[in-house]
Design a protein around this ligand. Structure first.
Ligand SMILES: [Fe+2]
Ligand SMILES: [Fe+2]
Length: 383
């Protein structure tokens, strides 16, 4: 019979054996979970059984192949160990040529320097950068590169790279930038146009203010001329051009001595001829300014008459711009309905009679009809 001490020694040895087995099993489990083993050796009565784990990474490989980004692993020197199909497509190179080649094959010298500097960044910092890949077909592919470092005990450091193709984003960016620039250019040209209009208007008002009897005349002509233009169904942009020309149509009076402009009673023939030069003087002031409307011509023609009896060129009918004809009519109506130094106010009724009487001879027939309609039916008034 074995002694008690022998039984105790055997039991201790068995417990120790079981402890060792438990520890080995725990270590094996940790190794499997940590991914540092690709096979599991299990002892059995018939010998050791080996369970390989080579397929354990299959779901991750499928994931890498299915993703829309390029994915690859490489050594610290840039030697590509693994690449998914997407990266091979991005650089327009067969996959089996990509694996085993250098990542620097697809980078220009400047981008090679950038990648090398990314690899030296501390792993705790963000390793992301925009780069350009040079595809085998010569195309440049903008990418967003993300790099992670994996330190392995055996073969040295491995770098995992994810590349996002930015071609579409860049195209959209370019379109958005181009649109923004076009919008800014348009805005500044509109602002420039506006400030130009304002400058000319202020010159015109300065001219007008020299003569107390005609102060506000051009503004009121503008009100009537644009109302007639709208009544005739002209586009709003054309109306704006006619309005602008109307509000500065007598700007050339800056060249006429104020004594003549404000002279009570009738003007002498010479004085009248001098006043008539205001249309050419106005044309000269405005002719070199680039307006989208024929402003200078409307100023020049605002004293022309349909039958050729006007000045300065004695133009007839369609030779005179429609805008000029509308301004001419509005000018007469406004002038007759307000006070002048050489006569008392004639009044709006007499003014309307005047244009009715000379409908088609002195004044454009359609403009006259529109004007009469405005006063009769739409109760137009000067403000
Ligand atoms: Fe005039
Ligand atoms: Fe006028």
């Amino acid at each position: 019979m074995p002694s008690e001490s022998i039984i105790q020694a055997t039991a201790s040895s068995e417990i120790e054996g079981l402890r060792r087995q438990l520890q080995e099993t725990q270590e094996a489990l940790l190794a499997i979970q940590g991914g540092s083993v690709d096979a599991l050796v299990v002892p059995s009565e018939s010998g050791e059984k080996i369970f390989t784990l080579v397929n354990a990474d299959r779901p991750y490989r499928i994931l890498l192949e299915e993703m829309s980004e390029g994915a690859l692993t490489m050594t610290a020197d840039g030697l590509i160990l693994f690449s998914n199909q997407r990266f091979a497509e991005t650089v327009k190179t067969p996959l089996n040529h990509v694996v085993g080649s250098s990542i620097y094959t697809w980078l220009n010298p400047e981008n090679q320097v950038i990648l090398k500097s990314i690899l030296t960044i501390d792993p705790s910092e963000k390793r992301r950068k925009e780069l350009v890949l040079l595809a085998t077909d010569g195309k440049q592919v903008p990418i967003y590169l993300s790099v992670s470092k994996v330190s392995l005990s055996g073969p040295g450091d491995i770098y995992c790279l994810v590349t996002t193709d930015l071609t579409e984003e860049k195209k959209i960016e370019e379109i958005v930038t181009a649109k923004k620039m076009a919008l800014a250019a348009l805005k500044s040209s509109v602002e420039l146009e506006k400030s130009l209009e304002e400058s000319i208007k202020s010159i015109a008002y300065t001219v007008e203010s020299r003569d107390e009897y005609t102060a506000g005349h051009m503004k009121r002509v503008g009100q009537l001329a644009s109302a007639i233009a709208r009544e005739l169904g002209l586009p709003e942009d054309t109306v704006h051009g006619i309005d602008l020309a109307s509000t500065i149509h007598d700007v050339g009076k800056i060249a006429i001595p104020v004594e003549i402009l404000t002279k009570p009673g009738k003007l002498s023939k010479v004085e009248f001829m001098l006043v008539q030069t205001h249309v050419e003087a106005g044309y000269d002031i405005v002719k070199n300014i680039q307006f989208p409307w024929p402003i200078a011509r409307m100023i020049l023609e605002h004293h022309e008459r349909m039958d050729g009896s006007g000045y300065p060129q004695g133009l007839k009918g369609d030779e005179i711009l429609l805008g000029s004809r509308i301004i001419a009519l509005s000018d007469v109506i406004e002038a007759m309905s307000t006070h002048r130094p050489y006569r008392f106010v004639v009044g709006i009724d007499a003014a309307l009679d005047e244009i009715k009487q000379h409908r088609g001879t002195l004044y454009d027939a359609q403009a006259v009809d529109a004007c009469l309609k405005l006063f009769a039916e739409k109760r137009f008034t000067f403000s």
